[in-house]
Design a protein around this ligand. Sequence first.
Ligand SMILES: Cc1ncc(COP(=O)(O)O)c(C=O)c1O
Ligand SMILES: N[C@@H](CCCC[NH3+])C(=O)O
Length: 443
Amino acid sequence: MYLHGTSKINDQGHLEIGGVDATKLVAEYGTPLYVFDEALVRGRCREFVEAFKASGLKFQVAYASKAFCVMAMCRIVDEEGMSLDVVSDGELYTALQAGFPADRIHFHGNNKTISELEMAIDAKIGCFVVDNFIELQMLNAIAGEKRQKVKILLRITPGVEAHTHEYISTGQTDSKFGFDMGNGSAFRAVQEASQLSNVELLGVHSHIGSQIFEVEGFRMAAEKVAGFAVQVRKEIGVTFKVINLGGGFGIRYVSEDSPLPVAVYVKAITDAIKDNFGSNDFPMPEIWVEPGRSIVGDAGTTLYTVGTTKDIPGVRKYVAVDGGMTDNPRPALYEAVYEAMLANRATEQQTEVVSIAGKCCESGDMLIWDLNLPKVSSGDVLAVSCTGAYNYAMASNYNRIRRPGVVFVKDGQSDLVVKRETFDNIVGNDIIPARMKQMSETV
Ligand SMILES: Cc1ncc(COP(=O)(O)O)c(C=O)c1O
Ligand SMILES: N[C@@H](CCCC[NH3+])C(=O)O
């Protein structure tokens, strides 16, 4: 398993993260457990901020909180001086409860409800990323009722899509998100927005995909957005002050993955903006990005306890852990691949190939296929790396399994930042109608 950030193997032959022995974390907090390497998270935030500073452009780095949104994470993002992107009232509420400055919050989403818009306007958030014409009119109307003028970006689909390792230039992009540039709706959206009295159009936003390993797609997107900006300035006299190029920067899930250093992605983006805008007699816009996975992905490790095994000679050995698709749905959803090791026997020779099964009542609940490990026993601690993004965030209570706790580790210290769910959490919202209580009492 690739050792990320501060992870290392200590003198006891155990995995250690943030200076804390994984077996100690298991003894203290139980399993499954999400463990975050806080120094790695902060380091990534700083890499983005420093790289943008080096460009000399005005910028905002907004952490895409959909990747992992809990109050302690919002505190880190605030302390690192970044902005925060939310996509629902739940994420907005989490940020506000954590004391995140509202004016650095950006609100995304293709179907924001009236109450979400009201909540965000009341909180005086920094920017709405408007996705469609209905939202644009709704936002203008609600802002008017509240006697406010709100800042917006328009989300446009520039016709560049990243399919992990390659990019396609599509004419009319088939996407549920945003205003299409190809069919003219992006242009109409700018016309419409610029005439509304309760919105201030700052510029446009585009997001081309996720887990991207090259810079080419960002360059293509910057080029197309710049072309659009120039056209808009010429034909309707509207000048974009902000260009947001979204997120999508790739991380190393498995040893074969080779993401670029953050500074390389950022330089490519800022160079593309400088090239395309500088050469078109256009005032240099502010550049915003929204990294999610690349801030938290490889900082997360999930610790599990090994339970049962099933050996089918000549076929496969299944090793079951006490979590699975409920805490990490990505293998089942996307065939995502992960690396893992025995955290309590990290230096032992790998002698068998096993497949890691979850505990859900579902054949598809497999975390890792064909993993080399030392001979595994019940009670061993399995550490799966790179589970920081879209794991806790997408966890579920399928089979009424309680969501794990989350711990931040740093400099030999561990802090619980999300408690493990309790049985009360599981039944807490259930209601037995009175007539059923009466029936059971009469039986
Ligand atoms: C609009 C938008 N911004 C930012 C992100 C964050 O992407 P990533 O986690 O790949 O950086 C996403 C998710 O893909 C997104 O849809
Ligand atoms: N949830 C996805 C990424 C979606 C990003 C949101 N636009 C994942 O786990 O990789």
